[in-house]
Design a protein around this ligand. Structure first.
Ligand code: 6PG
Length: 259
């Protein structure tokens, strides 16, 4: 369903349906991008919600893996914790254990954030340089991801754009590192401007614990410092929310639940 704001809201029965809907989107966007320009650039979300999507996409018995032109797929990360790539909290490790364990993505197409570096700012600067070089060399323009997958925290954050942090006000850089007081840790994240240039931005939101914040983000006042997910408003791309019924439980607007 497309609302008056141009957002697409897909309400699905449960997390299994969410995984399938997200996998379908990934495959479709990858097919279209590769047909149009020979490659597909996707920034992946961390956290736990997308684990099932990544496992489904790569699963050898599934119906998705064979449809993706993996050799033309370039994977990036929307954010990373300031930890080594083999750390239990690493978003790279999570993708390695789910998607990369079975999907034949060429290693040179996996562009992780080097968050093991003691200097988080340096890691952010290097990642920004990588992005600019990647897109400039292929398309001669500002980085524009074909797909950005995002989660949503119960505090309204997305990627590592946390409430009331300096990362929210960044308008020039594509990638920033910042200390998140609420976490007591540094995070490295894409900034809103580069996410908002993407052709397709898809939020994956699952579970009753997200129902309240999802209602505030979608139906409440525009308060992006408190609800950073509201910063995500693609200038020309699609904005899609794929949510399960548990997460949609407090939405009051018109809805067309998928079966
Ligand atoms: C991260 C993610 C973060 C995540 C939300 C939701 O690094 O943790 O990028 O933005 O998407 O915190 O996390 P869950 O999907 O685990 O609820």
């Amino acid at each position: 369903m497309i609302s008056s704001t141009g957002r697409e809201l897909q309400i699905v029965a449960d997390v299994e349906e969410l995984n399938r809907a997200a996998a379908r989107e990934f495959v479709h966007r990858a097919e279209k991008a590769v047909q149009a320009k020979g490659f597909f650039a996707a920034a992946l979300s961390g956290g736990s919600t997308p684990r099932g999507v990544y496992s489904l996409l790569g699963s050898e018995g599934g119906s998705f893996r064979a449809r993706v032109p993996w050799d033309r797929v370039h994977l990036f990360w929307g954010d990373e914790r300031h930890v080594p790539p083999d750390h239990p909290e690493s978003n790279y490790r999570m993708v390695r254990e789910t998607l990369l364990a079975t999907a034949p993505v060429p290693p040179e197409n996996v562009h992780r954030i080097e968050a093991e570096r003691p200097d988080a700012d340096g890691a952010a600067e290097d990642y920004e340089r990588l992005l600019r070089e990647f897109f400039q060399s292929r398309e001669g323009r500002w980085p524009q991801f074909d797909l950005v997958l995002l989660g949503m925290g119960s505090d309204g954050h997305t990627a590592s754009l946390f409430p009331h942090t300096i990362a929210l006000d960044e308008t020039e850089h594509l990638v920033v590192a910042h200390y998140v007081n609420a976490l007591g840790a540094h995070r490295i994240t894409l900034t809103a401007p580069v996410i908002n240039r993407a052709a397709n931005v898809i939020f994956l939101v699952s579970g009753e614990s997200k129902a309240s914040v999802l209602r505030e983000v979608l139906e409440g006042e525009y308060e992006p410092q408190r609800l950073p997910s509201q910063l995500i408003r693609p200038s020309q791309g699609r904005l899609v929310f794929i949510v399960d019924r548990a997460a949609a439980g407090q939405l009051t607007g018109p809805r067309s639940d998928e079966s």
